[in-house]
Design a protein around this ligand. Structure first.
Ligand code: FAD
Length: 308
């Protein structure tokens, strides 16, 4: 551990020992991890990954923790956090390349400021660019894979690869990256020339809409939509929130976890919720929808640690 701490200093990464993961998730829930390393740049992420892989230490990667539920027992592995407060973004013509640990919304703002169109839909989506790519984040019928050119990843052998977006099997909230062990270092998006004032008003409209529908996770901790929407065989989708609303989910709670009154697919932490409370509440919600509609909801939020 001491060697890793030393290496983190050299790589300008931040090492913490015996860390409460609730401080690193938007749910504000989660037990401890033995150590957490925050990597603010692609160089620091690469350096840390190489060292961790050399030592053969088991680890998981986190971005801003806005799409995860960490168990109350925490994790027994090291956490490598790809996240930096300062955006790392480069522009070459209509292509933007950004560090995976840059906030998604900072990439959106950079694109808008450069009068480039194609990312406005992602205005206000919490989390990092890397997290958005892995989960194919989206809103208003668009998703990040629509404009993704390529990703640069490191595999668990320490080899770096560039993978074109069209080879990543993207679909609704899905990607090959979700099922591989690769770590996204950076990615490039291909955008179109746009008009700054139109892009500004699109962003303002989207932020206002999000503000009216979603809780502010800084005041009401949550991880956004808990379940994926329903995708029918013809590709059409129906919001899981609709089904959850029909079965009265807006009124239910377990311990400190409750369904957000404004959106039946969002679970909030009312202050003292445990991961167990959230998990049990999600099971009740799932069961109610199954009993009435014979539809099995699938979680969008990724569960880390032991829940059974
Ligand atoms: C209020 C609120 C509203 C939301 N609205 C939306 C929305 O409209 N649309 C939407 O799609 N999502 C939404 N979300 C969910 C969340 O913001 C997105 O899923 C986001 O993209 C997750 O990014 P993150 O950095 O927080 O990922 P994390 O939660 O940290 O990680 C998610 C998964 O990605 C993996 N991962 C993260 N970074 C990397 C990397 N560099 N390399 C490899 N794996 C990585 C992690 O291992 C984990 O399995 C919302 C969340 C909140 C709290």
């Amino acid at each position: 551990m001491e060697a890793l701490r030393q290496l983190c200093c050299e790589q300008h990464a931040h090492f913490e020992h015996d860390v409460k993961l609730s401080d690193y998730t938007t749910f504000r829930i989660g037990g401890k991890a033995p150590a957490l390393i925050t990597c603010p740049t692609p160089q620091s992420l690469e350096g840390v990954l190489r060292a961790v892989l050399r030592e053969k230490s088991d680890f998981i990667v986190l971005g801003e923790g806005s799409n995860v539920l960490v168990s109350d027992q925490g994790l027994d592995t090291l956490v490598v956090r790809a996240f930096g407060e300062r955006p790392v973004i480069e522009r070459s013509k209509n292509v933007l390349t950004a560090y995976a640990g840059t906030r998604m919304d900072d990439v959106v703002k950079f694109a808008m400021g450069s009068s480039l169109e194609g990312l406005g839909f992602a205005s206000g989506i919490p989390g990092t660019f890397g997290g958005a790519i892995v989960g194919n984040a989206g809103a208003f019928g668009k998703q990040i894979s629509d404009c993704l050119l390529e990703v640069e990843v490191m595999d668990r052998q320490g080899c770096k690869k560039r993978i074109p977006g069209h080879d990543l099997n993207f679909s609704y909230r899905e990607s090959a990256l979700k099922h591989s062990q690769d770590i996204v270092i950076s990615a490039a998006v291909q955008l179109k020339d746009g008009d700054l004032s139109k892009l500004r008003s699109e962003r303002e409209e989207i932020l206002a809409l999000r503000h009216s529908k979603h809780p502010d996770y800084r005041k009401l901790p949550c991880a956004g939509s808990f379940f994926k929407n329903i995708v029918y065989p013809d590709g059409t989708r129906k919001a899981s929130g609709w089904f959850l609303d029909q079965v009265g989910c807006k009124e239910i709670s377990v311990g400190g976890a409750a369904v957000f009154e404004g959106h039946a697919n969002i679970i909030i932490n009312r202050g003292q919720a445990t991961a167990r409370d959230v998990y049990e509440l999600s099971q009740v919600m799932k069961q109610k929808v199954f009993e009435k509609f014979q539809i099995r909801l699938e979680p969008e939020v990724r569960m880390l640690g032991v829940f059974n």
